[in-house]
Design a protein around this ligand. Structure first.
Ligand SMILES: C[S@@+](CC[C@H](N)C(=O)[O-])C[C@H]1O[C@@H](n2cnc3c(N)ncnc32)[C@H](O)[C@@H]1O
Length: 162
């Protein structure tokens, strides 16, 4: 069993026993294959709004805007899209280079993007307050004493027009 199969098997063992979750092996770059999975179709009604969590994953994609657009086309208007993404703005050059090198020889090389580039991923979505911010600053439920600007994100609602 390779690593991916192990992750899927483990996920199924943890999550699917009560029938309220499905675990699908798939590539985010082909969203239609994931949303078209029979197990997913049995659980979710794509005529009703859903929430899609794209947390800490789009920095592994070359063309994240295309993935989001494709997903939105598959979702009902009113659906929420949650995105968090590694941000290069606050990283010293040498740290950025180290991060890129760590992932360079893996199946998932990383693309650190600027805050501005990450904000454009929400184009066409209604962004909830407080906007696209360091994730620790997104509606914290207690006082924070740090900013964590290396990962920024937000929540957008798709209204049916991209
Ligand atoms: C930093 S983890 C984030 C996991 C989870 N989304 C979270 O927020 O805790 C990144 C995950 O993205 C997965 N990943 C990277 N590229 C992917 C792709 N093209 N399709 C599906 N998953 C991918 C990796 O296998 C890894 O599990």
């Amino acid at each position: 069993m390779d690593r991916d199969e192990l992750v899927v098997t483990h996920g199924r063992a943890l999550l699917t026993a009560d029938g309220v979750a499905a675990v699908v092996p798939g590539d985010l770059r082909d969203p239609r294959a994931i949303t078209g999975d029979l197990g997913v179709r049995a659980l979710l009604d794509f005529n009703r709004p859903a929430a899609v969590l794209l947390t800490a994953v789009l920095h592994f994609a070359d063309a994240p805007a295309g993935i989001i657009a494709e997903l939105c086309r598959l979702l009902a208007p009113g659906s929420a899209v949650v995105i968090s993404h590694a941000c290069r703005n606050a990283l010293p050059d040498e740290v950025e280079q180290e991060v890129v090198e760590v992932f360079a020889d893996t199946d998932t090389p990383i693309a650190l993007r600027t805050a501005e580039e990450i904000r454009t991923l929400f184009d066409g979505l209604d962004v909830a307050a407080p906007g696209v911010v360091p994730v620790a600053q997104w509606r914290p439920d207690h006082d924070l004493h740090y900013e964590s600007p290396q990962i920024i994100g937000g929540v957008g609602t798709w209204r049916g027009r991209l």
